[in-house]
Design a protein around this ligand. Structure first.
Ligand code: UT7
Length: 332
């Protein structure tokens, strides 16, 4: 355990389900308007999982694409971490379901619960296991089928979220590349502002909880918004400091895709021009733990990242939590 390796992303893949739900579709479902949604959030469409698709199904496709991109075989994986707030079931973990789907027979597997910050939390955990020499290849996945726990009568939440998955293979990279600095945090006092109240051990499932819509996502949007505005810049700055990189050396900023106003505020706080910021929420909405890897995956496909670039990932979410990571991009 005394060995120290550099850890980074070896390959990345993502998947969103086919069905698209537009703001105009939502106008027919709740008292809202296309204009309100665009002005307050920036979102135009979101993708919705098919009735037979669960989170592990989305995660599996993203995982297979990431393995292909990394040129790593499933049987060479040591560990699978799935970050999700919408697991197939409370247990077994969604990571174990993915392990079986991709036949990663030698991999340990567990889920990580940190809301929309889950992918960056997973990247942090996986990195340390690579750095220490404990493992060689770790698959991390952010995957959500939030549409399954959405109250489609609640305009405060149903306009925001979408389904999807993003995955990355984490392994050893050249010295000086890969993950350079992290900042993780949590403020449990805000836990009630974004939660799924029933179905756990506090309020077990009952006819009454179903009748009261307590198995759906409940959110005080405004409180989460204020939290996000505060922590996005702080977390990014702390991770940059840990990486010994200044904000003006950032080549690409990949924020959690929750709301364009939150992203604009974070970019302004860091002094970054918007051409350095990845924004795709107009197409996918907020895909929670999947949003950062999907955005990263698209940016790579669009040729927006090259080897040696400084890439900053920053998320916030249920918990309440926040997470930031700065990487020197190692993929050719
Ligand atoms: O990944 C973490 C997950 N959560 C988040 O990222 C959420 C962060 N929060 C937000 O993005 C914003 O708070 C929202 C987009 C959710 C809401 O925007 P807001 O500017 O904070 O609006 P608000 O909640 O203060 O509501 C303003 C008004 C209210 O009407 P009154 O009381 O002023 O008459 C709401 O009832 O807008 C109304 N409203 C809507 N109107 C049309 C709320 N939702 C809608 C809607 N369509 N969908």
């Amino acid at each position: 355990m005394s060995k120290i390796y550099a850890a980074g992303i070896l390959g990345i893949g993502c998947y969103v389900p086919e069905k698209i739900l537009t703001n105009h579709d939502l106008e027919k479902m709740v008292d809202t308007s296309n204009e309100w949604i665009i002005e307050r959030t920036g979102i135009k469409t979101r993708h919705i999982a098919a009735p037979e698709q669960a989170t592990s199904d989305l995660a599996t496709i993203a995982a297979q694409r990431a393995l292909q991109s990394a040129n790593v075989k499933a049987e060479d994986l040591d560990l699978i971490i799935v970050a999700t707030a919408s697991p197939d079931m409370a247990f077994p973990s969604t990571a174990c379901l993915v392990q079986e789907n991709i036949k990663a027979t030698k991999a340990a597997a567990f889920d990580l619960s940190a809301g929309c910050s889950g992918f960056v939390y997973s990247l942090t955990v996986a990195s340390q296991m690579i750095v220490s020499g404990l493992y060689k290849n770790i698959l991390i996945i952010g995957a959500e089928a939030l549409s399954k726990i959405m109250n489609w009568k609640d305009r405060n939440t149903c306009i925001l979220f979408g389904d999807g998955a993003g995955a990355a293979v984490i392994g050893r990279v050249e010295d000086g590349y890969g993950t350079l600095g992290f900042n993780l945090g949590a403020d449990g006092s805000g836990g009630h502002t974004l939660c799924q109240p029933a179905g756990g051990s506090r309020i077990p499932a009952s006819l009454e909880t179903v009748e009261k819509d307590m198995h759906y996502i409940h959110m005080s949007g405004n409180e989460v918004f204020k939290f996000a505005i505060k922590v996005m810049g702080e977390a990014a700055n702390a991770a940059l400091q840990a990486a010994n990189i200044s904000a003006n050396e950032v080549d690409l900023f990949v924020p959690h895709q929750a709301n364009i106003r939150i992203i604009n505020s974070a970019a302004k706080r860091l002094g970054l021009s918007m051409d350095k910021v990845v924004v795709n929420l107009e197409k996918y909405g907020n895909t929670s733990a999947a949003s950062i890897p999907i955005a990263l995956c698209e940016a790579l496909e669009q040729g927006r990242i090259k080897k040696g670039d400084n890439v900053a990932l920053v998320g916030f979410g249920a918990g309440l939590t926040w997470a930031a990571c700065v990487l020197k991009w190692s993929m050719e």
